[in-house]
Write a protein that binds this ligand. Structure first.
Ligand code: HEM
Length: 810
């Protein structure tokens, strides 16, 4: 490679550079006055544009790009020049002088670069130290692993695995999707492998028998979770449910979640609200499909007017569902608008017709996702993710916080408010929500409260209600990305120092989430104060919004948050330092606002994107396999009909619907490696030693795609779950069949399984009852790409917007 002397010159230094080139290098005759002038004209901000390069025996003068061309013309090896030096040259810094063989820096340059030198050298030094430390720790780890001994000095027998690289371990072999990379490795190393995730040795489990051993047979030993820095930052040191170490706090969180959210009583609540919410979902899909909002939004339209508009411009609407199987009356959207308190009363025949036609009211201002491209029968394709997310979010916020929050809801409530005569355009909310009320004075609570209150009160106390769902959507997606996509310090702890910014960002996401949670709690308290009659004579948007929600039956009198926040620990209750090792009873452990908020955040994030993603994958698989879509529709039509609202019981007993759902969960497991577990004590699994603290990954994806377990595992074949015309009863995802583990198994198994299954079943069946779900014009089933995006919850990377055509139009 050619050797170049590189000089940076600027301002007055330029002249000196010409005069003071080292002996032995030639001066530059072609350096002209003109060049100097134009250089000077560039002004103080444009420094060091010009460089002087002196290859062996040759001279090149010019500025940036020109230098390289010139170098090439003079026979320099531009390829290696470009690769090795060009980027560094462009870095335009004193470092360049250090990289060059004969650095020369003028005194003026030194002065200018002094800050860089002051900061740069220590950073370089720290970097070198960190790399050395990482290398040493890796060597130590390796020697421990290779020659690992137990506490009695006997050599440990660890599961086999690929030889790790320094610092990164086997991370580079994992490709973009670790579950796929690990599955490939397992073909070579077997059902139990030791894989180094950076510096962390991890036991990877890839067979049903081994999964049963760690999740069930030795379930207590492996019930804890590792806490990498990102999860630590999000969960305030593992104080939520998902990341808490196995111990009293986890038991407490789990108990509250199970009793308060997922008990049969709550599930009945969920069932009831879902029936109402699907009406909003259907209406929203139609509204968007038809190109936007209703023209008459916010006006108290006369029935006649609406009927005429509907007749002229709309395709025939599907009739609203009847209530044959439901004990809960359907929401009549227009009743909320017109009648307020009578919203839940069964619709009159006229009203029903009006509402039916309003649903199909055609285009307004809002455009669908792709303008007119891909439209079919005048309907535009609609994005699934956001709408389904709102449905799942509304269900959860109703049960947890007492009322739904989605834009569809806002749309209806805005109309109700407009008819109520209140002119207040903003709602005023007290900012007290951000102050911890439980009196707990621990550091994390104080810090969390301070950070959160800064964020929520920044814009004053006017809260934009319409943005609530959008903020939830953003913060849930940010959570699954921040916590789900492992970062370098999660694997190489010594790099944590360099990721402080990122970890602060993760903490920020958690704080934002908490702020939203507290807003909803405050809203709830305000509602309760109003109900108790101490709201005075206020006429705020919130008051009217709540009145409209109450009239529509959308305020939950028995929300989970009431129970959780009324039972926080009294001040002074202590939390053991080491939660995993503690023998404390769960009822004695400190449970404050921080823990309560984190639990609610877990439930909202765990319960929204997961069901949304599963539903989107399911519908896309049906679109890819129209013959299976037809079979499912036939089953629904026969068992339930096109209009009746199905009960949970109906849906649980439909073999093909459940088979389609299970096959989706198998083929597109959205949490493919579950959430990592951790050994709480030394253990032996199938003859291999597993030292305490080892992380354990169960690669459920590998098991559910293993050709030894599943025939043609890459095919979407719901029929594999059906035996003799019925759903095979040993093929349920309830954690008992270790060949099929979409929700995990054992102590840390997903507590939301029932909620998730009922939600997806219900939404899918209602959508297929009411609509022909179709691909936009020009997209063929075989064009669909169902590959996965990264994140804690996998999502289709290229979801297509979909046409929802009312079935009566077909
Ligand atoms: C299709 C939907 C869903 C899937 C596929 C799913 C899957 C999973 C999986 C695989 C785990 C980890 C199990 C383990 O580590 O062994 C998990 C944990 C969890 N899930 Fe779900 N989940 C879904 C829906 C839900 C819902 C609806 C909620 C709550 C409303 C929820 C809340 C949680 C929580 C809190 C945990 C942590 C449990 C613990 O660590 O003790 N999930 N889920």
């Amino acid at each position: 490679m050619n050797v170049y002397n590189v000089y940076f010159q600027s301002g007055t230094a330029e002249m000196r550079a010409r005069d003071q080139v080292e002996p032995g290098t030639r001066r530059i005759p072609e350096w002209t006055r003109d060049q100097e002038d134009s250089r000077v004209d560039q002004g103080p901000g444009e420094r060091e544009r010009r460089i002087l390069i002196l290859p062996q025996g040759k001279e090149v003068v010019g500025s940036e790009g020109g230098d390289f061309k010139e170098a090439a013309r003079m026979g320099a090896d531009v390829g290696s020049f470009a690769e090795d030096t060009r980027d560094k040259l462009n870095a335009e810094s004193v470092w360049m002088c250090m990289i060059a063989r004969f650095p020369w820096v003028s005194v003026g340059d030194l002065g200018r670069h002094l800050p860089l030198i002051t900061w740069g050298l220590p950073i370089l030094t720290v970097l070198v130290c960190v790399l050395t430390a990482s290398l040493l720790s890796w060597l130590v780890a390796k020697s421990i692993i290779v020659g690992a001994k137990d506490r009695y000095g006997c050599k440990l027998r660890l599961a086999p695995g690929p030889a790790p690289w320094p610092i990164v371990g086997s991370l580079l072999q994992l490709q973009r999707h670790p579950h796929r990379g690990l599955a490939k490795m397992a073909e070579q190393y077997g059902e139990l492998m030791t894989v180094h995730m950076g510096a962390t040795p991890t036991l990877v489990v890839s067979s049903p028998a081994a999964a049963k051993e760690v999740l069930l047979t030795q379930g207590t030993t492996f019930a804890s979770r590792p806490l990498p820095p990102t999860a630590d930052a999000w969960s305030y040191g593992g104080r939520d449910l998902g990341f808490a170490p196995y111990g009293p706090l986890w038991r407490k969180q789990r108990k509250i979640a199970t009793v308060q959210l997922l008990s049969p009583r709550r599930m009945a609540q969920v069932d009831a609200i879902r029936r109402k919410l699907t009406n909003f979902l259907e209406e929203e899909l139609l509204r968007k499909g038809q190109g936007g909002a209703h023209k008459q939004e916010g006006r108290n339209m006369g029935a006649k007017e609406e009927v005429q508009e509907g007749n002229d411009l709309s395709p025939a609407a599907p009739p609203l569902p009847t209530e044959k199987t439901s004990s809960v009356p359907e929401l009549n959207p227009s009743a909320a608008v017109h009648g307020g308190a009578t919203a839940n009363v069964e619709m009159s025949h006229n009203h029903r017709q009006v509402a039916e036609r309003r649903i199909c009211h055609p285009a307004g201002n809002e455009r669908g996702p792709s303008g007119s491209a891909g439209t079919m029968d005048g309907l535009q394709p609609v994005h699934l993710r956001e709408n389904l997310f709102h449905f799942a979010l509304d269900t959860l916020t109703y049960v947890i916080f007492g009322s739904p929050v989605s834009p569809a809801m806002q749309h209806h409530m805005a109309k109700a408010i407009a008819t109520s005569g209140c002119s207040t355009s903003t709602m005023r909310m007290p900012t007290r929500a951000q102050e911890p009320e439980d009196g707990l004075e621990d550091d994390a609570t104080r810090r969390m409260s301070k950070e959160t209150s800064l964020q929520t009160t920044k814009g004053g106390d006017d809260i934009d209600e319409d943005q609530m769902a959008k903020r939830f959507y953003d913060v849930v997606l940010a959570t699954t990305k921040a916590v789900g996509m492992a970062q370098v310090p999660d694997f190489v702890p010594s790099m944590r120092l360099f990721y402080r910014g990122y970890l602060q960002y993760v903490r920020g996401v958690s704080n934002k989430f908490r702020a939203l949670t507290l807003e909803l709690i405050e809203k709830r308290r305000k509602f309760q104060r109003n109900v108790a009659g101490d709201s005075g004579s206020s006429c705020t948007k919130l008051d009217h919004h709540q009145a409209a929600l109450r009239a529509a039956g959308l305020i939950n009198p028995d929300a989970m948050v009431d129970v959780v926040f009324n039972n926080l620990s009294p001040p002074g209750t202590s939390t053991p330092k080491n939660l995993a090792a503690s023998t404390m009873k769960e009822d004695d452990v400190a449970y404050g606002e921080t823990e309560a908020c984190l639990l609610l955040m877990d439930l909202v994030s765990g319960g929204t994107d997961t069901t949304t993603s599963t539903t989107v994958f399911l519908l896309m698989e049906l679109l890819r396999h129209p013959e299976k879509m037809a079979l499912l529709k036939a089953e629904l039509d026969e068992a339930i009909g096109k209009h009746e609202v199905p009960s949970q019981n109906d849906l649980e007993n439909l073999p093909y619907l459940n088979a389609v759902l299970y096959e989706t969960l198998r083929l597109h497991s959205i949490a493919p490696t579950l959430i990592p577990h951790q050994a709480m004590k030394d253990a032996v699994v199938f003859g291999y030693d597993v030292p305490v603290g080892t992380s354990v990954i169960v690669n459920a994806w590998a098991i559910m795609h293993d050709p030894k377990v599943w025939l043609e595992p890459w095919e979407f074949r719901p029929e594999r779950f059906i035996r003799d015309g019925l759903l095979a009863d040993d093929m349920h995802p309830d954690g008992k069949n270790f060949e099929f583990l979409p929700f995990g198994s054992g102590r840390r198994m997903c507590p939301g399984i029932r909620l998730a299954l009922t939600t997806v079943r219900f939404v899918v069946s209602r959508l297929l009852q009411r609509f022909d779900v179709m691909l936009p014009h020009g997209i063929k089933p075989e064009d669909l790409d169902l590959s996965e995006q990264d994140g804690l919850v996998l999502f289709p990377e290229n979801p297509v917007p979909v046409i929802f055509r009312p079935r009566s139009m077909g």
